[in-house]
Write a protein that binds this ligand. Structure first.
Ligand SMILES: CC(C)(COP(=O)(O)OP(=O)(O)OC[C@H]1O[C@@H](n2cnc3c(N)ncnc32)[C@H](O)[C@@H]1OP(=O)(O)O)[C@@H](O)C(=O)NCCC(=O)NCCS
Length: 155
């Protein structure tokens, strides 16, 4: 199992026992994340693929998670991050950065060359991605008319 630590948090691959805590965290923060809770089956599938990492506090409580997918499409070795969330009470303490570093490390091991993600254009998280080294590649409009920023980083 992959683990990385700071003084206060541990990041590791999520296990099935973490599923209720991940879903609860997603539910509490659904205004920021969207209807992730409605994708429960997909989330559980990602879990079994090893494509969810959790950040845990010293007491072992899940305080953040990231859902991602490694892809090889037409020779393009890319990892897509779908959802990233840290608990409101634990923000600004490095957990989000640690989760994203864990994804980058896993992606590198699997030979991926880039990480890509989309973020609503108005979300404060855009500044987070910029501060951890991501580059704004383009802005697009989805089918519902929402503006999305596409961020990438080379590994
Ligand atoms: C975005 C999010 C994951 C950041 O998590 P976090 O645990 O607070 O982030 P960290 O503490 O690791 O911050 C890492 C760096 O980003 C910066 N940062 C974090 N949030 C920021 C924000 N809203 N604006 C500007 N900078 C920010 C921090 O200052 C820090 O910089 P430093 O390393 O120079 O000190 C968290 O705010 C969140 O869950 N937001 C709601 C869900 C969401 O929007 N997800 C992304 C959808 S695309």
């Amino acid at each position: 199992m992959k683990r990385s630590e700071t003084n206060s948090f541990t990041v590791q691959e999520a296990s099935e026992e973490d599923a209720p805590a991940i879903l609860a965290l997603a539910d509490v923060h659904r205004d920021e994340l969207g209807a992730i809770i409605h994708h429960r089956q997909w989330l559980l599938q990602q879990l079994t693929r090893g494509e969810i990492f959790v950040a845990k506090s010293g007491e072992g409580k899940v305080i953040g998670f990231v859902v991602f997918n490694h892809q090889s499409l037409k020779g393009q070795e890319n990892t897509t991050v779908y959802y990233l969330c840290t608990d409101k009470d634990h923000r600004g303490q490095g957990a989000g950065k640690l989760l994203m570093e864990a994804v980058a490390s896993d992606a590198r091991i699997r030979g991926k060359k880039t990480i890509e993600l989309k973020c609503p254009a108005h979300a404060p998280a855009n500044d987070f991605y910029k501060s951890i080294g991501y580059q704004l590649r383009l802005s697009e409009t989805d089918r519902e008319g929402n503006r999305l920023n596409v961020w990438t980083i080379s590994l």
